[in-house]
Design a protein around this ligand. Structure first.
Ligand SMILES: [Zn+2]
Length: 100
């Protein structure tokens, strides 16, 4: 190991992509080059647009520059999508006809 700490026991921070990929190999994760690596429930590493690093992302927080300012970013959307079960088709109103 290079001695780089990824995420356990430390404050979530952005991670070097090489470190993440090395870690994923060690962990025998099949999706080493995925844009998103799911960690425990609700947490994931999401690759930056240029592929140089991974952001530590949850549905509501992200270590990318936009996320640091509490802005919505594509990483959070990806995490939400990854952890959200596909929604059943949009529900129609339960109101009986003419209820309105
Ligand atoms: Zn982000």
């Amino acid at each position: 190991m290079s001695g780089k700490i990824l995420f356990e026991g430390v404050a979530p921070v952005s991670q070097d992509a090489k470190a993440v990929e090395a870690w994923a190999r060690v962990m025998n994760m099949p999706n080493t080059r995925a844009d998103i690596i799911r960690l425990t429930e609700g947490k994931a590493l999401v690759r930056s647009r240029d592929g140089s690093k991974y952001y530590f992302t949850t549905a509501t927080t992200c270590t990318c520059p936009a996320g640091q300012f509490g802005k919505e970013c594509r990483h959070k959307k990806m995490v939400r999508a990854a952890f959200t079960e596909p929604k059943p088709a949009e529900r129609r109103s339960f109101k009986p006809d003419g209820w309105d």
